[in-house]
Design a protein around this ligand. Structure first.
Ligand code: UDP
Length: 239
């Protein structure tokens, strides 16, 4: 397997073609952005940690029957994945209030929700990834109602598995975002990453934030938080 031309560069990752038409290489960068890229920086070790954390989580989800794009980790920064067309919807799940939802609703962060809250955002940088609803998604041609049903079910299953996994790590899964893609044969699979960049993770005992909010809010010890998540994950998975 050889690495070819760069197909795409995003804020935190690059994607390269390979000699296989249906496989691409994802390279994780240390670059960090927040607030629709108005805040920019770099976090030491972030690329390596997010590659390693995403690898462990996607392998675990695969074992639990969740279809993903993941094939294998190549090295510290790179992984081989199935080529997919990313569905331009961010699937956000919230188990506790935080972030943009807490702001929008005028509630404090950290309130446990009696129900699982699903938000969808339209992936469009120019618009700042606006919050939309199912009807907007169908209007935009991003997904059909049937596909949305499948996407919510998959997202909900992933939430259940991850709540349990993080709980074993003594961590509260406050909220997270996933991206889904369609493979060449039209199957909907989990793509992108699951890492402290895309989840809010709070230590159960101290409520210390162990995620990208440390970067967003200038809380310090950003690298340490990513390393801590990786270490706890390795321990519970015996890796
Ligand atoms: N999130 C993400 N990428 C985005 C927006 C949000 O990974 O472009 C994650 C974020 O880390 C959090 C969850 O989705 O775990 C909910 O984020 P929220 O809508 O509260 O937005 P934020 O406060 O992060 O802007």
């Amino acid at each position: 397997m050889t690495k070819g031309a760069m197909l795409y560069e995003g804020k935190a990752k690059q994607v390269f073609e390979t000699d296989q038409p249906n496989e691409v290489i994802v390279r994780f960068k240390d670059d960090a952005t927040a607030f629709n890229a108005q805040k920019r920086g770099s976090v030491d070790l972030k690329g390596e940690m997010n590659n390693a954390i995403t690898t462990l989580i996607f392998e675990y989800l695969n074992e639990k029957g969740i279809p993903t794009h993941f094939i294998k980790k190549i090295d510290e920064r790179e992984q081989l994945v199935k080529k997919v067309n990313i569905i331009p919807l961010e699937m956000v799940v919230r188990n506790y209030s935080a972030g943009s939802m807490a702001q929008r609703l005028g509630v404090e962060e950290g309130i446990k929700s009696p129900v699982t809250i699903f938000d969808i955002c339209y992936k469009k940088d120019e618009l700042g990834d606006p919050l939309i609803n199912d009807h907007h998604a169908v209007f935009l041609g991003a997904a059909t109602y049937e596909e949305l049903d499948e996407m919510y079910e998959l997202t909900s299953d992933i939430n259940e598995i991850l709540i349990d996994l993080f709980d074993k790590m003594n961590i509260i899964l406050v909220d997270f975002k996933i991206e889904l893609g369609k493979t060449a044969d039209g199957k909907i699979v989990l793509a992108d990453e699951i890492s402290p960049d895309t989840c809010r993770l709070w230590d159960k005992d101290t409520m210390k934030k162990l995620d990208k909010d440390r970067f967003r809010r200038d809380l310090g010890e950003v690298t340490e938080a990513y390393v801590e998540i990786y270490e706890r994950l390795k321990k519970v998975l015996n890796k």
